[in-house]
Design a protein around this ligand. Structure first.
Ligand SMILES: C[S@@+](CC[C@H](N)C(=O)[O-])C[C@H]1O[C@@H](n2cnc3c(N)ncnc32)[C@H](O)[C@@H]1O
Ligand code: SF4
Ligand code: SF4
Length: 396
């Protein structure tokens, strides 16, 4: 643990320390003032919590920044982001569209897109366009570990101290990959496991193997404990369908029995009800939600509901998801990840904001399509890019 922990050596934010942490002043004065306050909060967190001390001051600032801005409900922050549209500091990149499984819930099983791996130079070309990048999601529609250059991509962003979030079927996450991710300090991994029993799981995730996957989950947890590391935080992701809704409560017991440290369990409604999955699509009734929350409390497991779950949708003018652009493997830029999983990439490309391999992202971000998209959302309307949004609705 670094020497300064508890010594109070850094108990005030000097201008030099402030700038070192933030990587420079933000050109917008209002945002700069807010970022300075965030830096002050980050310093306190860094001094008081060994998890943050271990990760470093700059990382603590990144974490705090993300937790202040991302999907904020604070009207002042919402208004600030809409009116200033600062250059994004969080992005999602689809590192591959290849996948070995045929999950019945997923568009990948039904679409006619080619299996393509993003190359490392392409990935670097994207990342390098975001000099203040603080957070990256490296999962799209595909299985990241099938990409032979995925490890190199991970090393690249971890070398920059960026917070990394992944979704993983855990089909490929063997001992070696588990150890690697713990050593690199990948921050958050969602295990995609949508059932409490082997039978239901293997009927949904066609081609996978319950024993292999649950064994791999335990391996990752073991490496964390062996190397005395808090990260990656392990979250469980359960896509609720007509086929597994009856296993939601038992799911929490199953996780407890696995004996691994769980950060939280997220239940998600299918994003879209495209024809091939219509029979599986279900909204989660209130009584089931209550039973799940109750069991979570009894077991000491935190339960989270994806933004798709509430049936009463918030107004479009409060959406900030557009501040985390999603980049397809071919460079297409779409507003956010919520437009995935509708098995219609043709529509997604037709309503995209541009292509990062053809134009610098700065030009795309300040271009007419993005500008109009932000204007419409701020006014509570759906721009053409968002009119299939599964989360928000047009303001009344
Ligand atoms: C598309 S997968 C890609 C990563 C990896 N192959 C996996 O399964 O974790 C990313 C996440 O999307 C989820 N997902 C799959 N089909 C979905 C659907 N129709 N609606 C919402 N999420 C879905 C998966 O369960 C997974 O957690
Ligand atoms: S959910 Fe993940 S593992 Fe399953 S088919 Fe889709 S991309 Fe592949
Ligand atoms: S699709 Fe929905 S969540 Fe995504 S940016 Fe548009 S309004 Fe926001």
């Amino acid at each position: 643990m670094p020497k300064q922990m508890g010594d109070g050596v850094l108990n005030s934010l000097t201008p030099a320390l402030d700038l070192a942490m933030r990587g420079g002043d933000n050109p917008d004065q209002e945002i700069n003032e807010l970022e300075k306050r965030i830096a002050q909060g980050a310093l306190q967190r860094f001094e008081m919590n060994p998890v943050f001390t271990d990760k470093g001051l700059r990382w603590t600032y990144y974490w705090t920044h993300f937790n202040v801005f991302w999907m904020s409900k604070d009207p002042k922050i919402i208004d600030l982001l809409y009116t200033k549209a600062p250059y994004p500091q969080y992005i999602e990149v689809e590192t591959t569209t290849a996948c070995n499984l045929k999950c019945r819930i997923c568009e990948h099983t039904y679409w006619d897109e080619p299996n393509v791996h993003m190359t490392f130079p392409q990935f670097k070309h994207i990342v390098d366009q975001f000099p203040s990048l603080k957070w990256i999601g490296m999962t799209g529609i595909g299985e990241a570990w099938t990409n032979p250059e995925f490890e190199r991509m991970l090393r690249y962003v971890k070398g920059k101290g960026i917070y990394v979030e992944l979704y993983d079927s855990f089909f490929y996450t063997d001992d070696e990959k588990a150890r690697l991710q713990v050593k690199l300090g990948v921050e958050k991994i969602f295990v995609s496991l949508d059932a409490a029993t082997k039978e239901t799981y293997e009927s949904i995730r066609v081609g996978s193997n319950w024993d292999l996957v649950t064994g791999n989950i335990v391996k990752l947890d073991k490496w964390k404990k062996r190397l005395h590391k808090y990260f990656p935080e392990l979250c469980f992701h359960f896509i609720v369908t007509n086929d597994n809704i009856h296993e939601m409560v038992d799911y929490l017991d199953m996780i407890r029995e696995l004996g691994v440290d769980v950060h939280f369990v997220q239940f998600t409604r299918m994003l879209h009800d495209f024809p091939e999955v219509k029979d599986q699509f279900v909204e989660i009734p209130e009584d089931i939600k209550e039973a799940v929350l109750k069991r979570g409390q009894e077991l000491g497991i935190q339960v989270g509901w994806n933004a798709t779950v509430p049936q009463h949708k918030p107004p479009a003018s409060t959406c900030l998801a557009w501040w985390m652009p999603f980049v397809f493997v071919d460079g297409t830029v779409i507003p956010c990840c919520a437009l995935n999983e509708q098995n219609d990439r043709r529509w997604q490309r037709g309503t995209s904001l541009g292509n990062i391999f053809e134009k610098p992202f700065r030009e795309i971000w300040w271009g007419p399509e993005y500008t109009e998209m932000r204007r419409a959302l701020h006014a509570g309307e759906f721009p053409r890019n968002c009119d299939r949004c599964p989360i928000y609705e047009v303001d009344e």
